[in-house]
Design a protein around this ligand. Structure first.
Ligand code: IPR
Ligand code: MG
Length: 150
């Protein structure tokens, strides 16, 4: 306990946030492949990430997931199931997120780049053949031994 506390104190001067934020990452799976986009213009630029984003004040996790997926890809999600979470420290950018991962249920549409300043493009990947580099939350999820439900 003492050692982890002193570790946090060492990190704090480099952080750009007062507190950790909550992110929601959404698995959209088609024919066993998941949708990833190459990030652009913010932390994790050049890495591959699930659609998703910041949980807003007063928002439910499901609403956040549905809103972010629609805003970023144009895909409509009817509901979600909860999968896992990660604790993600972006040391270089001084950011800290807790990311909640959910699986989209009953979604429809074709992915489109709706926010070109944030995403270079969407592609489908097998869980066992993911691109590199991955966005930190997804890399952490993989390192935890997470396996995508079939
Ligand atoms: P926005 O809200 O811009 O989509 O945020 P993001 O894609 O930078 O995601 C931040 C939370 C992550 C860790 C899922
Ligand atoms: Mg996003």
């Amino acid at each position: 306990m003492v050692s982890s506390y002193s570790g946090q104190r060492k990190l704090k001067p480099k952080m750009t946030q007062e507190a950790a934020k909550v992110g929601v990452g959404v698995f959209i799976v088609r024919d066993g492949r998941l949708l990833l986009g190459e990030r652009h213009g913010s932390h994790g630029a050049g890495t591959w990430a699930l659609p998703g984003g910041h949980l807003e004040l007063g928002e439910s996790i499901e609403s956040c997931a549905r809103r972010e997926v629609l805003e970023e890809t144009g895909i409509e999600v009817a509901g979600v199931t909860h999968l896992a979470f990660t604790n993600d420290i972006f040391a270089a950018e001084g950011k800290h997120y807790v990311t909640l991962f959910v699986l989209a249920e009953d979604w429809q549409g074709e992915p489109a780049v709706m926010e070109p300043t944030k995403c270079k493009g969407w592609e489908w990947f097998d869980w066992n053949r993911l691109p590199a580099p991955l966005f930190t939350p997804l890399e952490n999820l993989k390192a935890q031994g997470f396996v995508l439900p079939t």
